[in-house]
Ligand binder design. Structure first.
Ligand code: DGL
Length: 286
């Protein structure tokens, strides 16, 4: 039985989800499907975009500062880093800087891919930062030591997704992914792990380019499941039907005017906005 104060607290406060850009939106959709009674604030760190070309130290500082700003602005009850690159570089530091505050990170779906492969070859598509990160080495050593893992840095696809995918024709989308996917299937990979959240926006295009017999996997449902478990353990789940959830919002860092894709995506994902994250950082609440 959860304490009443926790139930009340859980009902009013939003869940914050952030990424360098629009990559985390499919993760928001998955969280919402799993926890429809919650309200959400989605933050695209447009001023910090892209993350994949930054050093680990730069990213760690960006993540810690952004978590502080988001807590100061929205007092969320939990925060999801819907970004593999930011999670690898900044999750631990963000947790250390915010003791007791639930922060959920994103881990590439290497484990399920390694368990499901029939060819014994899996591919990991990620940012330039993630493919060479020691975190990925450790994950592969832990979860995929029996299989061959091909890594591909598909950083150009991140900018394509962020700036073009809202307007691109199916032919353009297919052409954008083709050159990254073909070498993976030619090498015999039958599982492709989307280890950059931006690539989920191209999931169907990647699956079509890969062809039948190749599975494309990602971690959005795992992250949503973890979020639910963490909120439940702490008695922070919104009480079903008690208070209708406030409208969920789409927030951007940096100065306006905002590029037109953000308004299109806000509508597509059922979010109010986009609006600007308050430019002056405020003190994170204890
Ligand atoms: N969406 C991010 C990820 O999952 C990072 C993309 C970028 O900004 O380079 O890694």
């Amino acid at each position: 039985m959860m304490p009443e104060s926790a139930a009340l607290e859980g009902s009013g406060r939003p869940i914050a989800i952030f990424d360098s850009g629009i990559g985390g939106l499919p993760y928001l959709a998955s969280a919402r499907a799993s926890l429809p009674g919650e309200s959400y604030v989605y933050i695209a760190d447009r001023a910090g975009f892209p993350y994949g070309t930054k050093t680990r130290a730069e990213l760690r500082d960006i993540v810690v500062a952004l978590v502080g700003r988001v807590r100061g602005a929205f007092d969320p009850k939990a925060l999801v880093i819907a970004c593999n690159t930011a999670s690898q570089a900044g999750l631990e530091a963000a947790r250390r800087a915010n003791p007791g505050f639930p922060i959920i990170g994103t881990v590439p779906a290497v484990k399920p891919a390694a368990e499901r492969t029939r060819s014994g070859i899996i591919a990991v598509m990620a940012t330039a930062g993630t493919v060479g990160d020691p975190y990925l080495d450790a994950l592969v050593a832990r979860c995929a030591k029996e299989v061959r893992v091909i890594r591909v840095a598909a950083q150009p696809l991140v900018a394509f997704v962020e700036r073009r995918s809202a307007f691109a024709s199916p032919e353009e989308r297919r052409a954008a992914v083709e050159g990254f996917v073909r070498p993976l299937t030619d090498a015999g990979a039958d599982e492709i792990v989307l280890a950059c959240t931006h690539f989920l926006h191209l999931r169907d295009d990647i699956a079509a380019a890969a062809g039948p017999g190749v599975e494309v996997v990602d971690s959005r449902d795992g992250v949503a499941g973890r979020l639910k478990a963490v909120l439940s353990e702490r008695g922070l789940l919104a009480t079903a039907g008690a208070v209708p959830p406030a409208r969920s919002r789409f927030v951007l860092t940096g100065e306006g005017p905002f590029e037109p894709e953000y308004a299109i995506l806000a509508t597509a994902f059922g979010l109010d906005g986009p609006t600007c994250l308050s430019p002056r950082p405020r003190e994170a609440r204890a």
